[in-house]
Design a protein. Structure first.
Length: 379
């Protein structure tokens, strides 16, 4: 391991109340560096957010302690660090990120940043450290996860994580769907799924969630961590109530962003049993993100996944008619979901590795707290 450069500063991120407040400078710089790193890695700008759009993700949240730092070299922002500490009872995990501009890689900055991640996890008594990294495509040697599905290049990022004791647990496919042709295939798929889904109907709403759907939506959100393929990753079972739904909604709505939820309702019971989320920033000409999609396990086999995805996309053409494409992330072993996406027309544009390291219990201090952090990581 190497010593970091002399001009390196890692500064706890100040979270401003509003983006035009005088103390918002570091938050604005953090957002800027975030967008640049994502663009450098993926070759597109579809993940960009404005500081005002990102800010609501950093408000206090009883479900998750979010810690963040700005990385500066000779006074210039070159990266960011985030550690999210879920507050579920008995949680052992943290989710972290270290994201640096490519121009400063290989100088020991990542190493210094990562030391802070691990000491933060230890200080909070957490032993399971997990992170997701997009690996730009490259030829040459590749690594496979134990699932046997997909691979990522054995690149600078992979070497960095492996040297620090991480294991590649899962590969996620990033896919894009071109919206500009008006989705003729999707109209047909939607009609067929509607025919197959006897006993169900679709219901839709824009966030914030209307009161009549809060309970059903909260239950489905709580199943995301338990019902999606997790490979060797560790996820806490999350408890979602009306207050948590309202907080999650506010992170999108307070930023002026638009989200459409399309759900399948079991007509006989009125239960919500499947859902799909589409989200876009304030600028409706930007790319769309598909967030969660889930069919509750007891209602699988009725084409409900296809139904909620297709119905959502068709409505989306009216909400954001100039958004050029939709991005989505799926586990490479999640064949049922990939089958639906491929039929709709999604095609792979990149791959992410999901990495995990387990610390030995003896090296941690149970929830000692951390004095030098004020922010949160967020997406
Ligand atoms: C992964 C990432 C954080 C690594 O950061 P980095 O600053 O390049 O990492 P470092 O320079 O500290 O360490 C990389 C290697 O370069 C070596 N190195 C450092 N300075 C060097 C130098 N002057 N000459 C040669 N090698 C050097 C280090 O020893 C280290 O090797 P090691 O892993 O065998 O110890 C960075 O590439 C990045 O931000 N990637 C994009 C986001 C991402 O994928 N993050 C990870 C998951 S969130």
């Amino acid at each position: 391991m190497n010593t970091p450069p002399a001009g390196l500063e890692i500064r706890p991120l100040t979270i401003p109340r509003a983006i035009d407040d005088p103390d918002a400078t570091d938050f604005v710089a953090m957002t800027h560096v975030r967008n640049l790193v994502y663009s450098e890695t993926s070759g597109h700008d579809d993940e960009r957010m404005t500081p005002a759009e990102l800010l609501p993700n950093y408000g206090p949240d009883p479900a998750e302690l979010r810690l963040a730092w700005l990385v500066l070299l000779d006074g210039e922002a070159v990266g960011r660090i985030g550690v999210d500490v879920p507050q579920e009872a008995g949680s052992r995990v943290v989710y972290w990120l270290v994201e640096l501009r490519q121009s400063v890689w290989g100088r020991g900055i990542g190493n210094a940043a990562y030391a802070l991640v691990e000491s933060t996890a230890r200080a909070h008594g957490r032993t399971v450290l997990q992170t997701w990294a997009e690996h730009p495509p490259s030829s040459g040697e590749h690594l496979q996860p134990p699932t046997g599905f997909g691979s990522i290049p054995f690149d600078h990022i992979a070497r960095f994580l492996l040297r620090r004791g991480y294991q590649l647990e899962q590969v996620e496919r990033i896919s894009a769907l071109d919206l500009r042709d008006g989705l003729p295939r999707v109209r047909e798929l939607c009609a067929r799924a509607t025919e197959a889904a006897v006993g169900y109907r679709t219901v839709q709403w824009r966030l914030p969630t209307p009161p009549e759907f809060v309970e059903g939506y909260a239950w489905m959100k709580s199943r995301m961590n338990t019902d999606a393929p997790a490979a060797g990753l560790e996820f806490d079972e999350e408890v979602w109530d009306a207050a948590r739904v309202a907080r999650a909604d506010a992170k999108i709505v307070d930023a002026g962003r638009t989200a459409l939820v399309t759900a399948a309702q079991h007509i006989e019971t009125g239960d919500l049993v499947a859902f799909n989320e589409l989200v876009i920033n304030n600028d409706l000409t930007e790319a769309t993100s598909q967030y969660d999609t889930l069919v509750l396990s007891s209602h699988r086999g009725h084409r409900l996944g296809m139904l909620v995805k297709c119905a959502g996309l068709l409505s989306w053409l009216d909400i954001a008619p100039h958004s050029p494409r939709v991005l989505t992330y799926n586990a490479e072993e999640n064949r049922p979901m990939l089958d639906i996406n491929e039929a709709i027309g999604f095609a792979p544009i990149g791959y992410e590795g999901a990495w995990k390291k387990v610390l030995s219990d003896s090296s941690t201090t149970a929830d000692a707290g951390i004095a030098d952090s004020s922010g949160s990581s967020g997406s």
